[in-house]
Design a protein around this ligand. Sequence first.
Ligand code: IMP
Length: 423
Amino acid sequence: MAVDLLLGLQWGDEGKGKIVDVLTSKYNIIARFQGGPNAGHTLVFNGKKHVLHTIPSGIFHENKTNLVGNGVVIDPVIFKKELDKLEEQNVDYRKSLLISRKAHIILPTHRLLDAASEASKGKAKIGSTLKGIGPTYMDKTGRNGIRVGDIELADWKDKYRTLADKHEAMIAFYNVDVQYDLQELESEFFKSIEILKSLKFIDSEEYLHQAQKRGESILAEGAQGSLLDIDFGTYPFVTSSNTTAAGACTGLGIAPNKIGEVFGIFKAYTTRVGSGPFPTELFDEDGETMGRVGNEFGATTGRPRRCGWLDLVALRYACQINGVTQLIMMKGDVLSGFKTLKVCTAYNYKGDTIHHLPFNIEEENVTPIYTEMKGWNADLTEMTEASQMPKPLMDYIKFLEKELEIPITIVSVGPDRKQTIIR
Ligand code: IMP
């Protein structure tokens, strides 16, 4: 059976957690393929909000398998906190949560290195979540990393010490003020490692291969967004993994010809947290309204997100890179009340009108060209059927479908599971 993918098409925070949760009933296995605790996937049901960082968003459903794939980086300390929260909710994760032996582990010194690296960059800082993501992926590609399977081996602590010592020397090299008590951090880390070890570790690529042979359905859950992809995002203001469709192949061991539907999620407007170019960013009352109504604060760091109009140049690019087959539009409800909406359909790039994402999208190179559309005033949050949508919203959706040449099959009108319209 084909493996379906679910990916964010913007700079993250599109609402992937909610949609995975909505779609989970259709699948046997939900598998996270990249990123780590830099992600914050928010789910709302029965009047309660849940935020997951590393654990797949299918975990609240009974009889579903949730896999943390080889492409993910795991911080045992944060992972333990997530497990504690699940326990408080009486979620029996022991049967349903599986971890790839090939996933890499975030060490306390990776987090410190992240902080030192960011501090040393001054104004050029990336705005990292400081969860140690970059340094952990650097050790992975540098072939120095520690993997989940390593902690089952007797001598892994020797490997740990060598790596942590090297990190300490690197932190000193940065020559910035990073205060830490490594003994205390390590004590918490090693306790959390023991909790991690009580979970089920598997050879996940083989597991997924056999599951496909048995006809089980699999949904691969992405983290962050396509514009934060290490190769195709707004480098260097990106994360350190492939957030796009190809990342699902390498992050789970799934062959490209086994991919089925590619669900691409986007917000009806655009947000970004952290530094980096953002052509349609708003610095006026409209941007402030989007942030306030949309509650645009990072689920992991609490930082306010930058807000702006929908950018179809960037969205078209993300659809192309990912091979999106179905679009899911989030937070249409946040745009209710705007008299006029703007959608960026092209860029003025050094005097020329272009429709693709160029190498440089900083404001000195790119000016967005907008199409204006009529807004709507209705409260969408109680709507459950497409027929209830106001005409200007239908026109907005149809316009996007025409521009992107991909159907919008789900429209989300609020954070709750129930606030979802299937078209
Ligand atoms: P890092 O992955 O924590 O190093 O962060 C690199 C960049 O990606 C920063 O601009 C972060 O704000 C951004 N980022 C990382 N994870 C997320 C996410 O889950 N949502 C939105 N932005 C993210």
